[in-house]
Design a protein around this ligand. Structure first.
Ligand code: IVH
Length: 670
C-alpha cells in the first residue's frame, strides 16, 4: 500500500475508535461489542507498528504512558483553581439558594446540580483540540505538571471531536478511580504481595503521582469535567449547556448532572443522589449546587477562595462504634499538646481507623470520656477522625480509667502553658523540644512548603534522632556521607535526596513564608502576605498594625507573625537559609504603583448591606490601596457603614475624609 493510503487508513481507524470511545465513555451507550473495538484497535496498532513514522501522538493507541520522569515540574494556573464552600444541612443550602435568587432579583433561578466526586482536581488544556497539558490543583495557583499521567486516562480524549472546537480550552474536573477498578487493582496488588490502597481516592492520588506513566496507564483512572477554566471559544451562558458542549467535543461528564429550579425540586435532588450513592461505581461525598446562569455567577463573584455561586452539600459523615484502648499526648509543631485516642481498629468512611483526635482538655471534659469507653467515631472525607459521643450506657466501671493530662511536656519535660481564653495547652520548650523541632522540619519539607522529594516524615525523624540536623537550614548542609548509612538509605537514595535539596532552593516567597510554620499562617495567608509586601525585609519590619492591612489578617494572626519575626532564633534561621542559597524571584512592584489607589490608606468601620468588610478590603487592595486597622494621621479616607463608632469620631476629629457605602460603590466603579 502506498504511504498516502496507509496514512489515510490510520486516520480512518483512529476516527472510528474515537467515535466508539465517545459513544462508550461520553454517551454511555456502547455501539459495538468489545471484540469489534479490540479488532479495530489491533488493526491500527499493527499498521502503526509497521509504519512508526505515521503514528500520531494523539492516536487512541497512545494511552500507554511515555518516558519516566525524575520529578513533576510545576505549572501556574492562569486562572486560580478554587475550592467550594460546604453546607451540612438543608437550612444552610436553602439560604445559599435564597441569596443567589435575591441577587438575580427574580422569584426562581435554575441550579446545575452535580455529584461531588471524591477524587483529585485537575486542569486539562486542549490547544486546537489536542490535549497539551494537565496539572494538579496544588495550592490553587501553582500545581504539578501531570500531563503524561493524565494522557493515559481511558475516558479522556487526546483529541477532541465535533464542531466549533475552541483554539484554547481548559477543562477542569476530577480524576478518580471507579470502585470496580479499585477492587480489581487491590486484588492484583494483594496477589503480587504488594501494599494495597485504603480507598479509591488514595489509589487515584497514588496512581496520578507515579513518575512512570506506563504504570499509571495500567491503573483504572477516570475523569469527569465539572467546569471550564480559560477558553477562547464561544461558550454557552449556562453551566449546564456548557456540559452539553463539552460532551459534544468528546469530554466526559457525570450522567448524574441535572438542571433544576424551584427549591423543592432542588432540595429533593440531594436525597435522590444520596439514595443512588451506593449504586454508583465511583465514590462521591456530597452534592454540588451551582447557579446555572454564567452572568449571574459573575455577579455573585467570589469570597476568599470559593465562589458565591456554588456550594457543596456534604453527606453526613459515616459513623461506627469502637473502644478507646488508650490516650496518648502528641506535641505539635507549635508545641500544642494534643490528646489522641488509640482505638480498637474499626472500618468507617472507607478506611480502617485506629486513632482519633481529642483536640484538647476542654474536649475531653465535654465528652466526659474515659479510657476503656465505647465511643462513636465519625469520619468524613479526608478529615481526621473525630469522637462524636461516648456511649455511657455501655461503660463498665471496673474496665475504665480517667485520662490524666500531663503536667510537663511528654517529650522534653519542659513546663506547659495555657493562655487564658485559649483551649490549647502548649509546651514551652520551643526549639529545645525534640518533638517541635521534628514537626517544624517535617512542615518545612512538606508538599505545600519546599516540597523536598525523598524527605518524608520518617527520614526527618531519623535525621533528628541521629543528631544530624537541628533545624530546617541544616538540611542543606547534609552530605551524602552523613546519610548514606541511615536505615533504609543507600547510595542512590542519599544522592537523590541531596540532589532534590539543591533543587528545592528556588521557590516562591509565598511558599517560603508558609514553610516557616508561623502559627496560623496557612497557604492562603502566606500568599496574601507575599502579594502585599513582596519583600521579606518589609514583613520583618512590619508592625502588628501594618500586618492587619493584609487581606484576611486579623489582630491575632498579625501578632503571631510579628512575634515570629521578632525572635532572634527565627531571624538567624532565615538568614542562614538565605546564605545557603534559598531564594525566590523578586515580585515586580512596578504594576503596583500604576494602580489607581496606590499610596492611599483606608480604614473601614461599621457594617455594610452589600458587602462584608473583608470583601471591601480585598477590593481596595486589588486597586493598590492600603487598608489599616485604626485611624491615624496617615489615614486618607474612612469608609463608614451602619453603626460606626469610635473610629468615626476619631476620623471627624482629625478631619479625615469620610464616605458611606453608596460613595464607596461609586469610587470602586470609577
Ligand atoms: S466545582 C469554582 N464541582 O471539590 C468551583 N468541584 O471542595 C470549583 N469537586 O477542588 C469546584 N466534584 O476537586 C466542583 N461537581 C464538582 C465537584 C468538585 C468534586 C471537588 C474539586 C474541588 C473540591 C472543592
Amino acid at each position: 500500500m502506498p504511504n498516502q493510503m496507509i496514512k489515510q487508513k490510520i486516520i480512518e481507524l483512529s476516527n472510528i475508535l474515537g467515535e466508539y470511545n465517545y459513544q462508550y465513555f461520553v454517551l454511555d451507550t456502547p455501539s459495538v461489542p468489545d471484540a469489534e473495538y479490540d479488532r479495530i484497535f489491533n488493526d491500527l496498532l499493527q499498521l502503526e507498528n509497521a509504519h512508526p513514522s505515521l503514528r500520531s501522538v494523539n492516536s487512541p493507541t497512545q494511552k500507554v504512558g511515555g518516558s519516566v520522569l525524575g520529578k513533576f515540574a510545576q505549572l501556574i494556573h492562569k486562572k486560580p483553581m478554587l475550592s467550594l464552600d460546604n453546607v451540612f444541612e438543608t437550612k444552610a443550602l436553602k439560604s445559599f439558594m435564597d441569596r443567589a435568587i435575591d441577587k438575580a432579583e427574580c422569584s426562581s433561578i435554575a441550579f446545575c446540580i452535580e455529584p461531588k466526586l471524591d477524587g483529585l482536581a485537575a486542569s486539562i488544556i486542549y490547544e486546537n483540540g489536542i490535549l497539551i497539558q494537565a496539572g494538579t490543583r496544588g495550592d490553587g495557583h501553582t500545581g504539578e505538571n501531570i500531563t503524561e499521567n493524565v494522557k493515559t486516562i481511558k475516558n479522556l480524549p487526546l483529541k477532541l471531536r465535533g464542531e466549533n472546537i475552541p483554539d484554547y480550552l481548559e477543562v477542569r474536573g476530577e480524576v478518580f478511580m471507579n470502585k470496580t477498578g479499585f477492587n480489581q487493582l487491590n486484588k492484583k496488588l494483594l496477589d503480587a504481595g504488594e501494599k494495597t490502597f485504603v480507598n479509591p481516592r488514595n489509589a487515584a492520588a497514588g496512581s496520578l503521582r507515579l513518575l512512570d506513566a506506563k504504570i499509571t496507564a495500567k491503573r483504572p483512572l477516570r475523569f469527569y469535567c465539572y467546569g471550564v477554566g480559560i477558553c477562547d471559544g464561544q461558550l454557552e451562558n449556562s453551566h449546564f449547556k456548557r456540559f452539553e458542549q463539552l460532551k459534544q467535543w468528546g469530554l466526559p461528564v457525570s450522567c448524574e448532572v441535572k438542571l433544576l429550579s424551584g427549591s423543592e425540586a432542588c432540595l429533593d435532588q440531594y436525597q435522590t443522589i444520596e439514595q443512588k450513592r451506593a449504586q454508583l461505581d465511583y465514590d462521591i461525598d456530597g452534592v454540588v449546587y451551582k447557579v446555572d446562569d454564567i452572568v449571574l455567577q459573575e455577579k455573585l463573584g467570589y469570597v476568599s477562595r470559593a465562589p458565591r455561586w456554588a456550594t457543596a452539600y456534604k453527606f453526613r459523615a459515616e459513623e461506627a462504634v469502637t473502644i478507646v484502648d488508650n490516650v496518648v499526648f502528641q506535641v505539635g509543631r507549635t508545641g500544642a499538646i494534643t490528646p489522641v485516642a488509640k482505638l480498637k481498629p474499626v472500618f468507617v468512611g472507607g478506611v480502617t481507623v485506629s486513632k482519633a483526635t481529642l483536640h484538647n482538655l476542654d474536649e475531653i471534659n465535654r465528652l466526659g470520656i474515659l479510657i476503656g469507653d465505647s465511643v462513636v467515631v465519625r469520619r468524613a472525607g479526608d478529615v481526621i477522625p473525630q469522637i462524636a459521643s461516648v456511649l455511657v450506657d455501655k461503660r463498665h466501671l471496673n474496665k475504665t480509667k480517667q485520662i490524666i493530662f500531663p503536667l510537663k511536656c511528654p517529650v522534653c519535660d519542659s513546663a506547659l502553658e495555657r493562655i487564658e481564653q485559649e483551649a490549647t495547652i502548649r509546651c514551652l520548650g520551643g526549639v529545645f523540644c525534640l518533638a517541635q523541632r521534628k514537626e517544624a522540619i517535617k512542615h518545612f519539607a512538606s508538599r505545600k512548603a519546599l516540597n523536598i522529594d525523598g524527605l518524608g516524615n520518617k527520614l526527618v525523624e531519623l535525621l533528628v534522632d541521629h543528631e544530624l540536623i537541628k533545624d530546617p537550614a541544616q538540611l542543606f548542609e547534609l552530605t551524602v556521607r552523613q546519610i548514606v548509612n541511615l536505615p533504609g538509605m543507600g547510595k542512590v537514595s542519599a544522592n537523590n535526596l541531596i540532589h532534590s535539596l539543591q533543587h528545592s532552593k528556588r521557590i516562591t516567597l509565598a511558599r517560603f513564608l508558609y514553610s516557616l510554620g508561623i502559627r496560623e499562617v496557612g497557604e492562603a495567608t502566606a500568599n496574601n502576605l507575599a502579594n502585599y509586601y513582596k519583600d521579606i525585609e518589609k514583613i520583618k519590619s512590619a508592625s502588628v498594625e501594618d500586618l492587619q492591612s493584609v487581606s484576611d489578617i486579623g489582630k491575632i494572626v498579625a501578632k503571631h507573625i510579628y512575634c515570629f519575626f521578632n525572635q532572634e532564633t527565627n531571624l538567624a534561621m532565615i538568614d542562614h537559609l538565605i546564605s545557603l542559597g534559598i531564594h525566590w524571584p523578586v515580585i515586580n512592584s512596578i504594576v503596583e504603583s500604576e494602580l489607581p489607589l496606590s499610596e492611599k490608606t483606608f480604614v473601614i468601620t461599621g457594617t455594610f448591606s452589600g458587602m462584608t468588610r473583608n470583601a471591601i478590603k480585598d477590593k481596595l487592595q486589588r486597586l493598590g490601596a492600603k487598608v489599616a486597622g485604626s485611624i491615624s494621621k496617615k489615614t486618607d479616607m474612612l469608609i463608614a457603614g451602619e453603626a460606626a463608632g469610635s473610629k468615626l469620631i476619631k476620623a471627624q476629629d482629625l478631619g479625615i475624609e469620610i464616605i458611606d457605602e453608596q460613595a464607596l460603590l461609586k469610587l470602586l466603579n470609577k
